[in-house]
Design a protein around this ligand. Structure first.
Ligand code: ATP
Ligand code: MG
Length: 431
């Protein structure tokens, strides 16, 4: 029943994948829409501008017929010229002096016979086309120039409306795509999430079911070894091997069960845990092991550090780190544990002078079943401890980070939200 409710929650990993999928989908769509809009805008602006230039050129051609040389004087007959809104025509003599003009807003630029198309930006935007005027009756003699122009205001207004339309279209398309993207990513991820949950459930069930037969084997082997009179000496060694293998398997199933449960339950049971006391007890517990290896185990623990969480899980977290540090530190080395409080965060540093890790190994250190030494030596673990520890830290709204140098040592830093901060995170459902 409880698991059913838990199953309804989305695991943070899947939530991150969903967000990433959605963001990638929206980013690709934005780029495609952006390119499409730029192409539409450029094509439309170019062809509108071309139309305007052609229109003005036709007007200039018509107006050129109205300039005549009567004796030495230029005369203008503008009866053939029909002007639309924003259009103007100017006639010039050979020196570029204005002879006549029609229309409301003619260009105020000086005429330039070498420039057939002129663009004016101020005080009002307009485009003009200049044509030379020749007198057919006088052997096509050049008698002056005509310049027709049209205001660009209407074109700019149209483009502005187009920009607004396209911009609004993009925003609407992105909003709709965002909403449909949420639905799509949910649909796409659902089968994966379901099979992942089944796998988690299988791991949890299998580890749980394995506990009882393992316990039975372990206790039977222990009983057999307790009364060795009834068994042959050579069989006693076999029973010891069975007992040792069973202990290892029990530890593995416990770890797997813990991992499966921490995956399923993102928020641990919330109790106020005195972290200072928890750490002091652990250091005391591991003092004997350190002493055997002549490792200087030093702890500087601030008093009254409190976090919200599960004391059993937190003990598991720090036990994993401390046992790793002692396991990977050679005799006569040093292991140091320090705590610090920075704002709403509690930091626990565990430093050792052990074998250390190379940068490429550091990238895998929190992976499940990853171990630096591939050859399984007696007493080596399964490579699950740090994965479990990281899972526990994350479920408490914290994180474990590590820095290390080969043959120098490693430093694991656990960051956990202090009590008040943890409470807020649990409320926000970020556990
Ligand atoms: N303090 C450390 N110094 C050097 N290497 C370390 C240290 N802690 C962990 N490692 C490396 O990281 C690997 C993974 O550690 P982890 O605790 O996950 O697994 P484990 O200790 O091998 O087994 P388990 O914890 O499951 O019993 C270790 O096998 C070891 O190679
Ligand atoms: Mg370990």
């Amino acid at each position: 029943m409880v698991l059913d409710i838990v199953y309804e929650q989305i695991s943070p990993v899947f939530q991150t994948i969903r967000y990433r999928l959605l963001l990638s989908y929206l980013a690709v769509l934005t780029v495609i829409l952006g390119l499409f809009v730029v192409a539409v805008r450029t094509t439309f602006a170019h062809s509108s501008k071309q139309d305007l230039t052609n229109r003005v050129a036709v007007l200039a051609k018509v107006a050129s017929g109205g300039l005549d040389l009567e004796g030495e004087n230029l005369e203008v007959d503008s009866s053939d010229v029909t002007l639309n809104a924003g259009q103007a025509v100017q006639w010039f003599d050979l020196e570029g002096k204005l002879v006549d003009q029609r229309g409301d807003d003619p260009l105020i630029l000086p005429i330039d016979p070498n420039q057939s198309v002129q663009i004016q930006r101020l005080p009002y935007a307009a485009e003009g086309v200049t044509l030379p005027v020749r007198e057919e009756e006088r052997n096509d003699q050049l008698i002056g120039y005509v310049r027709a122009s049209e205001s660009l205001e209407a074109l700019h207004k149209t483009l502005w409306r187009l920009d607004r339309g396209l911009g609004g279209g993009i925003i609407l398309a992105l909003l709709l795509s965002g909403v449909s993207g949420i639905w799509l990513t949910r649909q796409a991820m659902q089968p994966i999430e379901t099979s992942f949950r089944r796998l988690q459930q299988f791991t949890a069930d299998a580890s749980h079911e394995l506990r009882n037969p393992l316990m039975a084997i372990e206790s039977n082997a222990a009983v057999a070894l307790k009364y060795p009179e009834g068994i042959r000496t050579s069989d006693a060694a076999k029973f010891r091997a069975i007992a040792s293998a069973t202990t290892q398997m029990t530890a593995l199933t416990e770890d797997l069960l813990m991992l499966a449960r921490s995956d399923q339950m993102p928020t641990p049971i919330q109790h106020r845990v005195n972290l200072s006391l928890l750490l002091e007890n652990l250091v005391q517990l591991y003092g004997a092991e350190a002493e055997i290896k002549q490792i200087a185990l030093k702890a500087e623990i601030l008093p009254d550090l409190e976090v919200l969480g599960d004391a059993v899980q937190l003990t598991h977290l720090f036990t994993n780190l401390l046992s790793n540090a002692l396991r990977h530190t050679p005799d006569q080395g040093a292991v140091g544990l320090q705590t610090a409080r920075e704002g709403s965060q509690i930091w626990v540093n565990l430093q050792d002078t052990g074998v250390g890790l190379a940068p490429d190994q550091l990238a895998h250190i929190f992976d499940r079943f990853w171990r630096a030494d591939r050859v399984r030596s007696p007493g080596s673990g399964f490579g699950l401890g740090l994965a479990i520890a990281q899972g526990i830290a994350q479920n408490h709204g914290g994180l474990i980070t590590v820095t290390s140098q080969l043959a120098v040592g490693s430093c694991f830093t656990v960051r956990l939200p202090a009590d008040s901060e943890a409470r807020a995170m649990v409320k926000r459902g970020l556990g």
